[in-house]
Design a protein around this ligand. Structure first.
Ligand code: FES
Length: 147
């Protein structure tokens, strides 16, 4: 069901932890499953992401996608980091089962939230970056519950 890469990143997550005095911090939740993700970015004066760490209260797929997402944004500039979408993360992991696709949104949104925090602190604007959601389901139509 899970690719070897997903299993590897789940069992040996990269960049787990936190950064004290980070340039930007973003937290996003998924109200439907209760999972939470926080991303810390350390960005230098050239807008390069020097370090990134994540913390999650989440399922295995959320851990694996965050781990891969942090690997993908490390060393990039903030514009390049905007291109690390959940799709790019899933591709890098050789796919996720369809029911787990929403888990990969947490990492993307948390990175955006951390970039937003950085931009606000520094009074800059990042092209294409919108105000982040605090929950990945925010703004969605209410789904009918089926029992
Ligand atoms: Fe909640 Fe995966 S089940 S993020």
């Amino acid at each position: 069901m899970y690719s070897e890469k997903v299993m590897d990143h789940f069992q040996h997550p990269r960049n787990m932890g936190e950064i004290e005095g980070a340039s930007g911090v973003g937290t996003v939740g998924n109200a439907k499953c209760g999972d939470i993700m926080r991303i810390y970015l350390d960005i230098d004066e050239n807008q390069i992401i020097q370090d990134v760490k994540f913390k999650t209260f989440g399922c295995g797929a959320a851990v694996a996608t965050s781990s891969m997402a942090t690997e993908l944004v490390k060393g990039k500039n903030i514009k390049e980091a905007m291109q690390v979408t959940n799709k790019a993360v899933m591709e890098a992991l050789d796919g996720l089962p369809p029911v787990k696709v929403h888990c990969s949104l947490l990492a993307e949104e948390a990175i955006h939230a951390a970039l937003w925090d950085y931009a606000e602190k520094n009074g800059i604007k990042i092209e294409g970056l919108e105000k982040p959601k605090s929950d990945i389901h925010e703004g969605e139509e209410e789904e009918e519950e089926e029992y």
